[in-house]
Ligand binder design. Structure first.
Ligand code: HEC
Length: 112
């Protein structure tokens, strides 16, 4: 009769690999975060403006989505319309949802 096999030496590395993979997956950024980083060069990190341009964090998600969608479809009139055209409607939805999930800007911190 064949002796019962001991756990293979592969068991340990596989367990470690699985744990690592789980932590990578749970560390994935929230939907819309990477796309929203495209807005930072004008609207500031995490949508918090430093000066001049409006902050875009903590606004109403549906309203922002509607504004962005409208801008993405109309003939471009300015630089912001061109930004909106760079994304699909699903991506604009994700961006609006993500930015809306951030706390609104407190007054006197760069918002106009
Ligand atoms: C190249 C610079 C630039 C980038 C990048 C940019 N914007 Fe803008 N954005 C502007 C300017 C300039 C305005 C003001 C002019 C206007 O409203 O058309 C504006 C206005 C806006 C407004 C209207 C603000 C208000 O309530 O009056 C929203 C919303 C907005 N941007 C969202 C975004 C989002 C979301 C992104 C990223 C996907 C983004 N912008 C990327 C330049 C930029």
């Amino acid at each position: 009769m064949k002796p019962r096999q001991a756990p293979t030496p592969l068991t340990v590395p596989l367990t470690v690999a699985l744990a690592t993979l789980t932590s990578i997956v749970s560390a994935a950024p929230p939907p819309g975060q990477l796309l929203s980083s495209m807005c930072a060069q004008c609207h500031g990190t995490n949508g918090q403006a430093v000066s001049g341009i409006a902050s875009i964090r903590g606004k109403n998600a549906d309203e922002m989505y509607k504004k962005l969608l409208e801008r993405s479809k109309r003939p471009p009139e300015n630089i912001m319309d061109l930004q909106a055209r760079a994304f699909t409607s699903a991506q604009l939805r994700q961006i609006a949802n993500y930015l809306a999930s951030l706390a609104p800007v407190e007054s006197g911190t760069g918002d106009e």
